[in-house]
Design a protein. Structure first.
Length: 154
């Protein structure tokens, strides 16, 4: 680490004096509850699919995920999800709803550039990287599982 000049040290002390302290515990509690509410809504949607459409617990996962993504995209379009995100922080970003929000936010932000280059091009910048790393991670996990099965470990 480089040595700081007296002016730099003085500036750093002044900066620390005026720096706002973040309420970390409060933010964690908010994220916990917002994420929990989103997960509870997801569970309710799962039960809805099981009860009304005769899905099993295993097969209800995909339509539940699609419904949550659709709802988050809809709420983002109306500006509601942004308020949820400001309040809940990571609690709204970590679940799958955060993915839907991020995709639509990029599309809305670039809509003035046109549907193809603006909306389509920027919407799939995020989705493409998520899909790429998701597929890559799934491949690595499947490869490890296959090797463990071959060696008789699993």
């Amino acid at each position: 680490m480089e040595k700081m000049t007296p002016q730099q040290q003085q500036y750093q002390q002044l900066e620390q004096k005026f720096e706002l302290k973040r309420p970390i515990l409060k933010n964690c509690i908010r994220a916990f509850f917002v994420g929990g509410i989103i997960c509870a809504i997801g569970q309710a949607i799962t039960y809805f699919y099981i009860y009304f459409f005769n899905f099993t617990e295993q097969t209800a996962g995909n339509p539940t995920t699609a419904t949550l993504i659709f709802l988050s995209m809809l709420l983002t379009g109306f500006g509601v999800y942004d308020r949820i995100g400001q309040f809940g922080g990571a609690g709204s970003a970590v679940p799958v709803t955060g993915f839907g929000n991020a995709v639509i936010s990029a599309a809305i932000e670039h809509r003035t550039e046109g549907f193809v280059l603006g909306v389509g091009g920027n919407m799939f910048k995020l989705a493409g990287s998520v899909i790429l790393f998701g597929v890559f991670a799934a491949f690595i996990v499947a490869l490890i599982k296959t090797l463990l099965n071959m060696w008789g470990v699993l």
